[in-house]
Design a protein around this ligand. Structure first.
Ligand code: FES
Length: 110
């Protein structure tokens, strides 16, 4: 688990409907951060189906989902749950904070 927060970008650099990627500075976990309707959410940037980068897929800012490029599984960006096959397991969700004009996240898994 990482106690350190990882800087993602300035808040002005992640507009509604956009996503950014980062790596946790302690665990090196790949993270994708979404701006969904003005709120920020972070998931592990790894599809639970076959270990593929979710950030390569399509973020639907109306539904609040990310569709994996490889086989089309969709995940809710707010909590990481799988919305359709072929994925059944959720993607890890990470905390996000906004501080000093920036967006921060961390891998909080134990
Ligand atoms: S790797 Fe994402 S749906 Fe198969």
């Amino acid at each position: 688990m990482s106690e350190n927060w990882t800087f993602v970008c300035a808040t002005a650099e992640l507009l509604p409907g956009e996503l950014k990627t980062a790596f946790d500075e302690v665990t090196d976990a790949p993270i994708v951060v979404f701006n969904y309707d003005g709120d920020f959410y972070a998931l592990e940037d790894r599809c639970s189906h076959e270990d593929f980068e979710l950030s390569m897929g399509t973020f639907d800012p109306r539904e609040g989902s990310i569709e994996c490029l490889l086989h089309g599984a969709r995940f809710d960006v707010r909590d990481g749950h799988a919305m359709c096959a072929p994925a059944h397991l959720p993607v890890a969700k990470f905390p996000v904070k906004v501080e000093h004009g920036g967006i921060w996240t961390r891998d909080d898994r134990g």
